[in-house]
Design a protein. Structure first.
Length: 292
């Protein structure tokens, strides 16, 4: 319930579910619709063993009948649009996304989001635009959303151009550069876009986000929950390691504000407070994918 809390302005609101049991998935979808969720997304992309090994997430890409049955059951259980997020397939020898996309469209799925890697690739190797294009070509009328490694307007343009997809979705880059959506919107509307926020704008945004969290949870819980997000912000801002470390240790609002004051005064490692800041690497599972 906490994970699906939202704000009235945050519309349309889509929630993703994962699992391998059709009845439970259908029930979850119905519950979410009762809560006012606008669309339901089914996760068929998760490569992590706990999920994929149990026949959910990317594991669904290996079994045709049960997967089609599960998606059909969810589509029939709710009146809102149901979408599916998947990878290209289990590995390079089993590229099942085009097949599933075409079947899902027949079952009434409203859109497909496709991460252009296989399960075996994890987060390594290149995103295959050709693979995404195959999915675009496999469906008749539903939109396909290309995903994977879009970190800039140029990346989004390449994804759209190379694959013919109808939209892009962005994961990690949103953590590294929260302005990417505004940049894309400006690009779409005017052809040009403003740079990502400066060091001081990032600090302001970070505080604004923390403020919302504090309103919901109160300072004690908000500070603990905010650590992960603060880590991404501060890394992207090239804050010195020592100062990032001390921020992670704050337990009260006063401590947090004084840690931020120190960060503000010190500025980024290279002293450049404006313009484009470096990309940040978001941690992903590594090593042999069968051990995840
Ligand atoms: C830490 C982490 C958690 C993720 N969790 C989900 C998830 O719950 N559902 C999902 O469909 N994809 C999830 N993804 C995958 C992303 O949605 C996306 O497909 C992938 O990161 C590639 O896109 P990107 O390069 O824009 O990040 C996750 C990725 C990361 C790094």
């Amino acid at each position: 319930m906490q994970m699906v809390e939202t704000h009235p302005e945050d519309r349309p609101f889509a929630v993703q579910i994962f699992g391998s049991e059709p009845e439970i998935m259908a029930e979850a979808a119905q519950l979410l619709v009762e809560l006012g969720v606008d669309t339901i997304d089914i996760n068929m992309g998760c490569p992590v063993n706990r999920i994929a090994g149990a026949g959910a997430g990317a594991g669904m890409m290996c079994s045709t009948d049960s997967t089609l049955n599960l998606v059909r059951t969810v589509v029939e259980a709710v009146a809102v649009p149901v979408t599916v997020k998947m990878r290209l397939g289990w590995d390079a020898d089993q590229i099942t996304a085009p097949f599933f996309s075409a079947r899902f469209e027949e079952l009434g799925v409203a859109a497909i989001a496709i991460h252009g890697r296989t399960r075996e690739q994890g987060f390594g190797g290149d995103v295959s635009h050709a693979g995404i294009r195959q999915v675009v070509e496999a469906v008749r009328a539903i939109p396909v959303i290309g995903n994977g490694d879009v970190r800039s307007v140029a990346d989004a343009a390449a994804m759209l151009r190379n694959t013919g997809c109808h939209g892009v979705s962005i994961g990690r880059a949103a953590l590294a550069n929260p302005w990417i959506f505004r940049q894309l919107q400006q690009w779409e509307q005017t052809g040009s876009w403003n740079p990502a926020g400066s060091f001081d704008e990032r600090l302001e945004l970070m505080l604004e986000q923390y403020g919302y969290l504090e309103q919901r949870l109160g300072p004690e819980r908000a500070i603990v929950q905010f650590r992960k997000m603060a880590h991404w912000y501060l890394k992207g801002m090239r804050v010195r390691k020592r100062l990032r470390g001390s921020f992670q240790e704050v337990t009260t609002r006063d401590e947090m504000h004084s840690a931020l004051q120190q960060i503000r005064e010190a500025g980024p490692v290279d002293g450049n407070r404006s313009g484009v800041l470096t990309d940040v690497q978001i941690a992903v599972p590594r090593g042999p994918v069968d051990k995840w």
